[in-house]
Design a protein around this ligand. Structure first.
Ligand SMILES: Cc1cc2nc3c(=O)[nH]c(=O)nc-3n(C[C@H](O)[C@H](O)[C@H](O)COP(=O)(O)OP(=O)(O)OC[C@H]3O[C@@H](n4cnc5c(N)ncnc54)[C@H](O)[C@@H]3O)c2cc1C
Length: 462
């Protein structure tokens, strides 16, 4: 197994459980991306930002509150908690049976044969590629020295900068932009496109943009150039608008690319797609018909943690059992950005031009529970089959969007119709309740009767 991240650890464990003799190869065994520079430190930063934000708007609830973020303490707490998570991963490295762990960088020498950077070579009956992904730094932003940040360096800052530019309005860029803005950093975000946080361009992205407006500056549809100046980065942009701005640091969150460059995949005899990723079967994770499997961010299909774990499991089991492969029924796609409000996409969003699907919206602009918490504003769009109203997908930019996304993912996985979801209890007052108007509209559009024994009006007063 090449790579001891989330996918690689799962692959090694499951291959060994299936009876294989395994080797887990990684140059550092430093901890997974998730624990060291990904999910956990980013959520720790957001948690601090949530506290600052709550204090900042306490007056809306009639509460006098004061508090200013202390950047050094925010970053120190982040790293302390992050290191706890990393220690947990390192404990699992230590629990590996003797001889499994190989500290080296691997590349293919031939099909079934790896060459390690310490000169050793490994022959294997089957190989799992689980090398993860690395941040992409486009050309205009190289050469900025330590003024340039990526997710690999952001969390090492001793203190918060006074100002930050962010390149990329995807999930990672926007999560960090909003969190840092809430912690008092003057943030400016740029993107060539107009789609936000993984949502499609159009109404959903626009809803999220409106919700974020006022927290930080957002320039969409622009090309940015950057130049290092003493103590600053000078940003100059043009496109839908133009301008210049000086920032103390620049976070490049312009996407992450599979880390396959150094693997010498040509020597493995694998067929590659145009992006240089081996062509693989998502059900088995096998690359072509070779005894090679690819899991996690390395295959660039669903670069999120629960999928890395699942794919590691499938790849590890199949590598051990090759050529007797199991074909996995993959999970409902679920992608989530922890912005406030949260943005999510669930399921496979259908092409509405095919006439086989209907959609309906639930507005959170005046939703009871959202209003109670002063978090109103947002939209959920549901998609269902026009024949029967079976839920297939959802797009979300709404308060509590992470919870709504899970609920909907589970309903989609259970192949539930809108009417069947409506027949379930909805507690009052909750954000979940806000889905009911869209579910009813789907029943009407799909000519599928809503349950006769449920009231279909919003609760009185909310
Ligand atoms: C800032 C950020 C926030 C995120 N937040 C979330 C979130 O909230 N929720 C979520 O679900 N996902 C999130 N993700 C995504 C998630 O972290 C990844 O999907 C997941 O960690 C991928 O795991 P992996 O095993 O594929 O890769 P990794 O954990 O990166 O493991 C790859 C390993 O391969 C090793 N390697 C590379 N090349 C070689 C080689 N040639 N030889 C040997 N070893 C090699 C590397 O050293 C590394 O240890 C986030 C990612 C980032 C960057």
């Amino acid at each position: 197994v090449i790579g001891a991240g989330t996918a690689g650890l799962a692959a090694e464990r499951h291959a060994r459980a299936a009876g294989a003799r395994t080797l887990l190869i990684d140059p550092a065994f430093a901890g997974t991306t998730c624990a060291t520079v990904g999910c956990m430190p980013s959520k720790l930063l957001i948690a601090a930002a949530d506290v600052a934000h709550t204090l900042g708007r306490a007056g809306r609830f009639g509460i006098e509150a004061r508090g200013r973020p202390d950047g050094r303490r925010v970053m120190a707490r982040l790293r302390k908690e992050r290191d706890r998570f990393v220690a947990g991963v390192k404990k699992s490295f230590r629990a590996l049976p003797a001889g499994v762990r190989i500290e080296a960088t691997a590349r293919f020498a031939a099909p079934g044969r790896l060459l390690l950077d310490d000169g050793r070579s490994v022959a294997a009956r089957a190989i799992v590629i689980a090398t993860g992904a690395a941040p992409v730094v486009p050309k205009p932003f190289r050469g900025l020295g330590d003024r340039l940040l990526t997710n690999e360096t952001l969390f090492e800052m001793a203190d918060l900068p006074a100002s930050l530019g962010v390149i990329g309005a995807g999930p990672l860029g926007l999560e960090m932009a909003q969190a840092l803005a809430r912690l008092g950093v003057e943030v400016t975000v740029f993107d060539q496109a107009r789609a936000l946080a993984g949502l499609p361009e159009g109404e959903l992205s626009e809803r999220l943009r409106r919700a974020l407006a006022g927290e930080f500056a957002l320039h969409l549809g622009v090309e940015v150039r950057a130049r290092a100046e003493p103590g600053f980065v000078l940003l100059e942009w043009s496109g839908s608008g133009s301008g210049t701005h000086r920032v103390e640091r620049l976070l490049v969150a312009a996407g992450r690319a599979p880390r396959l460059d150094g693997l010498a995949l040509d020597a493995a005899g694998l067929r590659l797609d145009r992006a240089g990723v081996p062509v693989f079967d998502p059900g088995t994770l096998q690359c072509g018909d070779a005894p090679v499997f690819i899991a996690g961010d390395a295959n660039d299909r669903r670069p999120v943690l629960h999928e890395a774990t699942a794919e590691g499991t499938i790849a590890g089991r199949n590598a051990a059992a090759w050529p007797d492969l199991g074909h996995a029924g993959r999970m409902v796609p679920l992608a989530l950005a922890f912005t406030r409000p949260e943005a999510a996409t669930v399921g496979e969003v259908p092409d509405m031009a095919d006439g086989a699907h209907v959609s309906a919206d639930a507005s959170y602009d005046d939703q009871g529970r959202a209003r109670v918490e002063a978090r109103e504003g947002g939209l959920v769009r549901l998609f269902a089959t026009s024949d029967g109203g079976r839920l297939v997908a959802a797009q979300i930019a709404a308060p509590g969007g992470g919870h709504l996304a899970h609920l909907l993912a589970w309903a989609i996985a259970a192949r539930m119709t809108a009417a069947e979801v409506l027949a379930r209890p909805f507690y009052h007052p909750t954000l979940e309740e806000g889905l009911q108007p869209a579910l009813r509209a789907l029943c009407a559009a799909a000519r599928s009767p809503a349950p006769w024994d449920r009231d279909d009006r919003p609760p009185p007063g909310a």
